[in-house]
Design a protein around this ligand. Structure first.
Ligand SMILES: *Cc1c(COP(=O)(O)O)cnc(C)c1O
Length: 409
Protein backbone atom coordinates (compact mmCIF):
# COMPACT_ATOMS: atom_id res chain seq x y z
CA UNK A 1 0.00 0.00 0.00
CA UNK A 2 1.17 3.52 -0.83
CA UNK A 3 0.51 7.00 0.52
CA UNK A 4 -1.88 7.61 -2.36
CA UNK A 5 -3.95 4.55 -1.60
CA UNK A 6 -4.04 5.50 2.11
CA UNK A 7 -5.30 8.96 1.14
CA UNK A 8 -7.96 7.38 -1.05
CA UNK A 9 -8.96 5.06 1.80
CA UNK A 10 -9.13 7.91 4.32
CA UNK A 11 -11.37 9.85 1.98
CA UNK A 12 -13.62 6.84 1.37
CA UNK A 13 -13.85 6.08 5.09
CA UNK A 14 -14.80 9.67 5.90
CA UNK A 15 -17.39 9.73 3.10
CA UNK A 16 -18.97 6.49 4.31
CA UNK A 17 -18.84 7.44 8.02
CA UNK A 18 -22.41 7.61 9.37
CA UNK A 19 -21.23 9.92 12.20
CA UNK A 20 -19.30 12.36 9.99
CA UNK A 21 -21.86 15.15 10.40
CA UNK A 22 -21.33 15.26 14.16
CA UNK A 23 -17.73 16.39 13.70
CA UNK A 24 -19.03 19.77 12.57
CA UNK A 25 -20.60 20.32 15.97
CA UNK A 26 -17.17 20.79 17.57
CA UNK A 27 -15.52 24.20 17.77
CA UNK A 28 -12.28 24.31 15.79
CA UNK A 29 -12.94 21.22 13.66
CA UNK A 30 -12.03 23.17 10.50
CA UNK A 31 -9.27 25.39 11.93
CA UNK A 32 -6.55 25.53 9.25
CA UNK A 33 -3.95 26.17 11.95
CA UNK A 34 -4.81 22.86 13.60
CA UNK A 35 -4.84 20.21 10.88
CA UNK A 36 -4.83 17.18 13.20
CA UNK A 37 -6.02 17.05 16.80
CA UNK A 38 -5.12 13.61 18.12
CA UNK A 39 -5.29 14.33 21.83
CA UNK A 40 -9.03 14.25 22.54
CA UNK A 41 -8.19 11.46 25.00
CA UNK A 42 -6.48 14.10 27.13
CA UNK A 43 -8.76 17.06 26.51
CA UNK A 44 -11.84 16.76 24.30
CA UNK A 45 -12.85 19.63 22.01
CA UNK A 46 -15.74 21.89 23.04
CA UNK A 47 -19.12 21.57 21.37
CA UNK A 48 -20.65 24.63 19.73
CA UNK A 49 -23.77 24.05 21.85
CA UNK A 50 -21.62 24.45 24.97
CA UNK A 51 -20.84 28.04 24.03
CA UNK A 52 -24.56 28.74 23.88
CA UNK A 53 -25.23 26.84 27.10
CA UNK A 54 -22.64 28.86 29.04
CA UNK A 55 -24.00 32.08 27.65
CA UNK A 56 -27.53 31.25 28.65
CA UNK A 57 -26.47 29.84 32.02
CA UNK A 58 -24.62 33.03 32.94
CA UNK A 59 -27.32 35.43 31.80
CA UNK A 60 -30.45 33.50 32.78
CA UNK A 61 -29.58 31.08 35.56
CA UNK A 62 -26.63 32.54 37.45
CA UNK A 63 -27.42 36.14 36.54
CA UNK A 64 -31.19 35.81 36.79
CA UNK A 65 -31.87 33.26 39.48
CA UNK A 66 -28.83 33.94 41.66
CA UNK A 67 -28.95 32.06 44.99
CA UNK A 68 -32.39 30.69 44.11
CA UNK A 69 -30.66 28.58 41.43
CA UNK A 70 -29.62 26.04 44.08
CA UNK A 71 -33.29 25.23 44.71
CA UNK A 72 -34.11 25.31 40.99
CA UNK A 73 -31.93 22.30 40.20
CA UNK A 74 -28.27 23.03 40.88
CA UNK A 75 -28.31 21.00 44.11
CA UNK A 76 -29.71 18.03 42.18
CA UNK A 77 -27.35 18.37 39.20
CA UNK A 78 -24.56 16.12 40.61
CA UNK A 79 -27.17 13.34 40.82
CA UNK A 80 -29.20 14.02 37.68
CA UNK A 81 -26.10 14.38 35.52
CA UNK A 82 -24.59 11.33 37.23
CA UNK A 83 -27.72 9.36 36.30
CA UNK A 84 -27.44 10.55 32.67
CA UNK A 85 -23.77 9.52 32.41
CA UNK A 86 -24.67 6.20 34.01
CA UNK A 87 -27.51 5.57 31.58
CA UNK A 88 -25.77 6.72 28.40
CA UNK A 89 -22.21 5.52 28.93
CA UNK A 90 -21.84 3.22 31.92
CA UNK A 91 -24.66 0.69 31.99
CA UNK A 92 -25.62 1.93 35.45
CA UNK A 93 -29.19 2.17 36.72
CA UNK A 94 -30.27 5.38 38.43
CA UNK A 95 -29.08 6.43 41.86
CA UNK A 96 -25.55 5.03 41.61
CA UNK A 97 -23.50 7.78 39.91
CA UNK A 98 -22.58 11.25 41.08
CA UNK A 99 -20.57 14.11 39.58
CA UNK A 100 -18.11 15.80 41.93
CA UNK A 101 -14.52 16.71 42.78
CA UNK A 102 -11.74 15.40 40.51
CA UNK A 103 -10.85 11.84 39.54
CA UNK A 104 -7.97 11.94 42.01
CA UNK A 105 -10.13 13.03 44.93
CA UNK A 106 -12.92 10.57 44.10
CA UNK A 107 -10.36 7.76 43.83
CA UNK A 108 -9.24 8.62 47.35
CA UNK A 109 -12.79 8.70 48.69
CA UNK A 110 -13.78 5.39 47.05
CA UNK A 111 -10.55 3.62 47.98
CA UNK A 112 -10.95 4.65 51.62
CA UNK A 113 -14.56 3.45 51.49
CA UNK A 114 -13.33 0.11 50.12
CA UNK A 115 -10.81 -0.23 52.97
CA UNK A 116 -13.57 0.50 55.48
CA UNK A 117 -15.81 -2.11 53.85
CA UNK A 118 -13.20 -4.89 54.23
CA UNK A 119 -11.93 -4.60 57.81
CA UNK A 120 -9.10 -6.96 58.72
CA UNK A 121 -7.87 -7.34 55.15
CA UNK A 122 -4.36 -5.96 54.71
CA UNK A 123 -3.57 -5.61 50.99
CA UNK A 124 -4.41 -3.32 48.09
CA UNK A 125 -3.65 -4.73 44.62
CA UNK A 126 -2.48 -2.16 42.05
CA UNK A 127 -0.46 -2.40 38.84
CA UNK A 128 2.80 -0.63 37.99
CA UNK A 129 1.40 0.63 34.68
CA UNK A 130 -1.61 2.26 36.25
CA UNK A 131 -1.95 6.04 35.87
CA UNK A 132 0.35 7.88 38.32
CA UNK A 133 -2.45 9.43 40.37
CA UNK A 134 -3.98 5.97 40.98
CA UNK A 135 -0.61 4.62 42.18
CA UNK A 136 0.22 7.64 44.32
CA UNK A 137 -3.19 7.76 46.01
CA UNK A 138 -2.89 4.06 46.90
CA UNK A 139 0.62 4.62 48.31
CA UNK A 140 -0.80 7.34 50.55
CA UNK A 141 -3.74 5.21 51.69
CA UNK A 142 -1.48 2.24 52.42
CA UNK A 143 0.62 4.49 54.70
CA UNK A 144 -2.40 6.10 56.26
CA UNK A 145 -4.25 2.84 56.99
CA UNK A 146 -1.28 0.57 57.69
CA UNK A 147 -1.91 -1.62 54.61
CA UNK A 148 0.46 -3.26 52.11
CA UNK A 149 0.47 -2.61 48.38
CA UNK A 150 0.64 -5.70 46.22
CA UNK A 151 2.21 -4.52 42.93
CA UNK A 152 1.60 -6.30 39.63
CA UNK A 153 3.67 -5.68 36.50
CA UNK A 154 1.54 -6.28 33.40
CA UNK A 155 3.00 -6.56 29.92
CA UNK A 156 3.91 -2.99 28.86
CA UNK A 157 2.23 -3.25 25.44
CA UNK A 158 -0.79 -4.88 27.02
CA UNK A 159 -2.41 -4.58 30.42
CA UNK A 160 -4.02 -6.40 33.31
CA UNK A 161 -5.63 -9.76 32.53
CA UNK A 162 -7.83 -11.95 34.71
CA UNK A 163 -4.88 -14.37 35.07
CA UNK A 164 -2.70 -11.53 36.44
CA UNK A 165 -5.42 -10.74 38.96
CA UNK A 166 -6.19 -14.34 39.94
CA UNK A 167 -2.51 -14.89 40.76
CA UNK A 168 -2.39 -12.13 43.36
CA UNK A 169 -5.78 -11.88 45.06
CA UNK A 170 -6.57 -13.85 48.20
CA UNK A 171 -7.96 -13.68 51.73
CA UNK A 172 -5.74 -10.66 52.53
CA UNK A 173 -6.94 -8.56 49.59
CA UNK A 174 -9.17 -5.65 50.58
CA UNK A 175 -9.60 -4.30 47.06
CA UNK A 176 -8.10 -4.17 43.58
CA UNK A 177 -7.79 -0.88 41.67
CA UNK A 178 -7.39 -1.04 37.89
CA UNK A 179 -7.74 1.12 34.82
CA UNK A 180 -10.21 -0.32 32.33
CA UNK A 181 -8.29 1.17 29.38
CA UNK A 182 -4.56 1.57 30.13
CA UNK A 183 -3.47 5.18 29.68
CA UNK A 184 -0.29 4.30 27.81
CA UNK A 185 -0.88 1.10 25.80
CA UNK A 186 -4.63 1.56 25.36
CA UNK A 187 -5.16 -2.07 26.51
CA UNK A 188 -8.81 -2.76 27.30
CA UNK A 189 -9.13 -5.09 30.29
CA UNK A 190 -11.92 -7.64 30.58
CA UNK A 191 -14.08 -6.00 33.23
CA UNK A 192 -16.47 -8.89 33.68
CA UNK A 193 -13.97 -11.70 34.21
CA UNK A 194 -11.61 -9.61 36.35
CA UNK A 195 -14.45 -8.40 38.56
CA UNK A 196 -15.51 -12.05 39.03
CA UNK A 197 -11.94 -13.07 40.01
CA UNK A 198 -11.77 -10.30 42.59
CA UNK A 199 -15.13 -11.29 44.04
CA UNK A 200 -14.10 -14.95 44.22
CA UNK A 201 -11.42 -13.79 46.68
CA UNK A 202 -14.01 -11.89 48.72
CA UNK A 203 -12.42 -8.57 47.74
CA UNK A 204 -13.82 -5.43 46.11
CA UNK A 205 -12.94 -3.84 42.78
CA UNK A 206 -12.48 -0.17 41.94
CA UNK A 207 -12.32 0.55 38.20
CA UNK A 208 -10.86 3.76 36.80
CA UNK A 209 -12.74 4.44 33.57
CA UNK A 210 -11.08 7.73 32.64
CA UNK A 211 -10.10 6.44 29.19
CA UNK A 212 -13.25 4.35 28.64
CA UNK A 213 -16.19 6.57 29.46
CA UNK A 214 -17.57 7.93 26.20
CA UNK A 215 -15.33 5.76 24.01
CA UNK A 216 -15.95 2.13 25.04
CA UNK A 217 -19.37 0.73 26.04
CA UNK A 218 -19.33 -0.16 29.74
CA UNK A 219 -21.77 -2.36 31.68
CA UNK A 220 -21.11 -1.67 35.35
CA UNK A 221 -24.33 -3.20 36.69
CA UNK A 222 -24.12 -6.33 34.53
CA UNK A 223 -20.47 -6.88 35.46
CA UNK A 224 -21.29 -6.60 39.18
CA UNK A 225 -18.73 -3.82 39.69
CA UNK A 226 -18.43 -2.39 43.20
CA UNK A 227 -16.98 1.08 42.62
CA UNK A 228 -15.89 3.07 39.57
CA UNK A 229 -14.56 6.53 38.84
CA UNK A 230 -13.64 8.50 35.75
CA UNK A 231 -12.74 11.74 34.09
CA UNK A 232 -15.14 14.06 32.29
CA UNK A 233 -12.70 16.20 30.29
CA UNK A 234 -11.45 13.39 28.00
CA UNK A 235 -14.15 11.65 25.92
CA UNK A 236 -16.95 13.48 27.77
CA UNK A 237 -15.60 16.85 26.55
CA UNK A 238 -16.34 18.59 29.86
CA UNK A 239 -13.49 21.09 29.49
CA UNK A 240 -10.26 21.62 31.43
CA UNK A 241 -10.69 20.56 35.05
CA UNK A 242 -14.32 19.48 34.65
CA UNK A 243 -15.49 17.53 37.71
CA UNK A 244 -15.23 13.74 37.67
CA UNK A 245 -17.91 11.14 38.35
CA UNK A 246 -18.11 8.17 40.73
CA UNK A 247 -20.23 5.01 40.75
CA UNK A 248 -21.12 3.06 43.88
CA UNK A 249 -23.23 -0.07 43.39
CA UNK A 250 -26.49 0.32 45.22
CA UNK A 251 -25.81 -2.70 47.46
CA UNK A 252 -22.82 -0.87 49.03
CA UNK A 253 -24.42 2.52 49.58
CA UNK A 254 -26.08 2.03 52.97
CA UNK A 255 -22.72 1.09 54.52
CA UNK A 256 -20.61 3.49 52.45
CA UNK A 257 -18.17 5.32 54.63
CA UNK A 258 -16.22 7.98 52.75
CA UNK A 259 -13.58 10.06 54.52
CA UNK A 260 -14.34 13.65 53.45
CA UNK A 261 -17.45 14.30 55.49
CA UNK A 262 -18.76 17.60 54.24
CA UNK A 263 -22.06 19.31 54.79
CA UNK A 264 -23.48 18.62 51.30
CA UNK A 265 -23.04 14.89 51.76
CA UNK A 266 -24.84 15.01 55.09
CA UNK A 267 -28.42 13.97 55.71
CA UNK A 268 -29.66 17.52 56.39
CA UNK A 269 -27.29 20.14 54.95
CA UNK A 270 -29.51 23.11 55.69
CA UNK A 271 -30.42 21.90 59.17
CA UNK A 272 -26.85 23.00 60.13
CA UNK A 273 -27.03 20.43 62.93
CA UNK A 274 -24.31 19.15 65.29
CA UNK A 275 -22.74 15.85 64.30
CA UNK A 276 -22.32 14.39 60.78
CA UNK A 277 -24.95 11.95 59.58
CA UNK A 278 -24.46 10.79 55.97
CA UNK A 279 -27.20 11.35 53.42
CA UNK A 280 -29.04 8.30 52.15
CA UNK A 281 -27.88 6.91 48.84
CA UNK A 282 -25.18 8.11 46.48
CA UNK A 283 -25.44 11.72 47.73
CA UNK A 284 -23.21 10.81 50.66
CA UNK A 285 -20.29 10.74 48.20
CA UNK A 286 -20.54 14.56 48.03
CA UNK A 287 -18.40 16.70 50.27
CA UNK A 288 -18.68 20.42 49.51
CA UNK A 289 -20.50 22.70 47.08
CA UNK A 290 -20.68 21.06 43.65
CA UNK A 291 -18.93 22.82 40.71
CA UNK A 292 -22.04 23.58 38.66
CA UNK A 293 -20.25 25.63 35.98
CA UNK A 294 -17.94 22.69 35.35
CA UNK A 295 -20.85 20.38 34.59
CA UNK A 296 -22.44 22.33 31.75
CA UNK A 297 -20.25 21.06 28.94
CA UNK A 298 -20.55 17.46 30.13
CA UNK A 299 -24.33 17.73 29.73
CA UNK A 300 -23.94 18.64 26.05
CA UNK A 301 -21.58 15.80 25.24
CA UNK A 302 -23.62 13.23 27.15
CA UNK A 303 -26.69 14.36 25.19
CA UNK A 304 -24.81 13.92 21.92
CA UNK A 305 -23.49 10.48 22.89
CA UNK A 306 -27.01 9.55 23.97
CA UNK A 307 -28.33 10.47 20.52
CA UNK A 308 -25.63 8.50 18.70
CA UNK A 309 -25.47 5.53 21.10
CA UNK A 310 -22.31 4.00 22.58
CA UNK A 311 -22.33 1.06 20.17
CA UNK A 312 -22.03 3.42 17.19
CA UNK A 313 -19.36 5.42 18.99
CA UNK A 314 -17.39 2.23 19.58
CA UNK A 315 -17.70 1.13 15.93
CA UNK A 316 -16.19 4.41 14.75
CA UNK A 317 -13.51 4.24 17.43
CA UNK A 318 -12.45 0.76 16.32
CA UNK A 319 -12.40 1.83 12.66
CA UNK A 320 -10.22 4.83 13.54
CA UNK A 321 -7.67 2.87 15.56
CA UNK A 322 -7.57 0.14 12.87
CA UNK A 323 -6.89 2.76 10.23
CA UNK A 324 -4.25 4.45 12.41
CA UNK A 325 -2.47 1.10 12.85
CA UNK A 326 -2.64 0.42 9.12
CA UNK A 327 -1.17 3.87 8.35
CA UNK A 328 1.58 3.33 10.93
CA UNK A 329 2.40 -0.05 9.42
CA UNK A 330 2.74 1.40 5.91
CA UNK A 331 4.43 4.72 6.71
CA UNK A 332 6.26 4.35 10.01
CA UNK A 333 7.30 0.70 10.34
CA UNK A 334 10.02 1.30 7.69
CA UNK A 335 11.46 3.93 10.09
CA UNK A 336 11.63 1.35 12.92
CA UNK A 337 8.61 2.73 14.73
CA UNK A 338 7.16 0.08 17.04
CA UNK A 339 3.50 -0.31 17.95
CA UNK A 340 3.11 -0.50 21.75
CA UNK A 341 -0.66 -1.17 21.77
CA UNK A 342 -2.80 -4.28 21.29
CA UNK A 343 -3.30 -5.28 17.65
CA UNK A 344 -6.58 -7.00 18.55
CA UNK A 345 -9.30 -4.34 18.34
CA UNK A 346 -11.38 -6.17 20.95
CA UNK A 347 -8.62 -5.51 23.51
CA UNK A 348 -8.02 -1.85 22.62
CA UNK A 349 -9.55 1.48 23.63
CA UNK A 350 -9.61 4.57 21.44
CA UNK A 351 -5.91 5.43 21.30
CA UNK A 352 -2.72 3.76 20.17
CA UNK A 353 0.85 4.32 21.30
CA UNK A 354 3.85 4.07 18.99
CA UNK A 355 7.47 4.10 20.16
CA UNK A 356 10.65 5.52 18.63
CA UNK A 357 13.74 7.00 20.36
CA UNK A 358 13.24 10.38 18.64
CA UNK A 359 9.59 10.86 19.58
CA UNK A 360 10.11 13.48 22.29
CA UNK A 361 11.67 15.85 19.73
CA UNK A 362 9.25 14.75 17.01
CA UNK A 363 6.27 15.65 19.22
CA UNK A 364 7.65 19.18 19.77
CA UNK A 365 7.97 19.66 15.99
CA UNK A 366 4.45 18.33 15.40
CA UNK A 367 2.96 20.76 17.91
CA UNK A 368 4.60 23.67 16.04
CA UNK A 369 2.66 22.59 12.95
CA UNK A 370 -0.65 22.32 14.81
CA UNK A 371 -0.52 18.52 14.70
CA UNK A 372 -1.34 17.53 18.25
CA UNK A 373 -0.83 14.03 19.62
CA UNK A 374 0.90 13.69 23.00
CA UNK A 375 4.15 12.24 24.26
CA UNK A 376 4.38 9.63 27.00
CA UNK A 377 7.61 8.38 28.58
CA UNK A 378 9.62 6.60 27.47
CA UNK A 379 9.69 7.28 23.71
CA UNK A 380 5.94 7.08 23.04
CA UNK A 381 3.62 9.12 20.88
CA UNK A 382 -0.04 8.56 21.75
CA UNK A 383 -2.50 9.00 18.92
CA UNK A 384 -5.91 9.54 20.48
CA UNK A 385 -8.94 9.24 18.23
CA UNK A 386 -12.02 10.84 19.74
CA UNK A 387 -14.79 9.01 17.88
CA UNK A 388 -17.20 11.92 17.39
CA UNK A 389 -14.65 14.61 16.57
CA UNK A 390 -11.76 12.87 14.81
CA UNK A 391 -11.78 12.10 11.07
CA UNK A 392 -9.89 9.43 9.17
CA UNK A 393 -8.23 12.13 7.07
CA UNK A 394 -7.03 13.89 10.20
CA UNK A 395 -5.63 10.63 11.57
CA UNK A 396 -3.69 9.97 8.37
CA UNK A 397 -2.47 13.58 8.29
CA UNK A 398 -0.92 13.07 11.73
CA UNK A 399 0.84 9.83 10.74
CA UNK A 400 2.10 11.38 7.49
CA UNK A 401 3.52 14.34 9.41
CA UNK A 402 5.44 11.96 11.71
CA UNK A 403 6.76 10.15 8.62
CA UNK A 404 7.92 13.41 7.04
CA UNK A 405 9.88 14.40 10.17
CA UNK A 406 11.49 10.94 10.48
CA UNK A 407 12.35 10.90 6.75
CA UNK A 408 14.02 14.32 7.07
CA UNK A 409 16.12 12.86 9.90
C1 LIG B 1 -6.68 11.34 33.09
C2 LIG B 1 -6.68 10.32 34.17
C3 LIG B 1 -6.83 10.71 35.51
C4 LIG B 1 -6.88 12.18 35.87
O1 LIG B 1 -7.11 12.48 37.18
P1 LIG B 1 -7.35 14.01 37.58
O2 LIG B 1 -7.70 13.97 39.00
O3 LIG B 1 -8.43 14.54 36.69
O4 LIG B 1 -6.09 14.78 37.30
C5 LIG B 1 -6.91 9.71 36.47
N1 LIG B 1 -6.82 8.40 36.13
C6 LIG B 1 -6.66 8.00 34.84
C7 LIG B 1 -6.58 6.56 34.51
C8 LIG B 1 -6.57 8.96 33.83
O5 LIG B 1 -6.41 8.58 32.56
Amino acid sequence: MTVDSLLTRAHALDSADPLVEHRKRFIGHNDPGLPAYLDGNSLGRPLQSTLERYNSFITTQWGGRLIRGWDDGWLQLPLTLGDRIGEVALGAAKGQCIVADSTTVLLYKLARAAVAARPGRTEIVVDRDNFPTDRYIMEGIADECGLRLRWVQPSPDGGMTSEDVRDVVGPDTAFVVLSHVAYRSGYLSDMESITACVHDAGALVLWDLSHSVGSVPVHLDDCGVDYAVGCSYKYLNGGPGAPAWAYVAERHQAELNQPIQGWLGSADPFGMVQGYEPALGIRRMLSGTPPIMGMLAIEDMVDLIGTVGMDEVRKKSVALTEFALESVEVLLAPHDVRVASPTDAARRGSHITIDHPSFKEVTAQLWEKGIIPDYRNPDGIRLGMSPLSTSFGETLHGVMAIEAILAAG
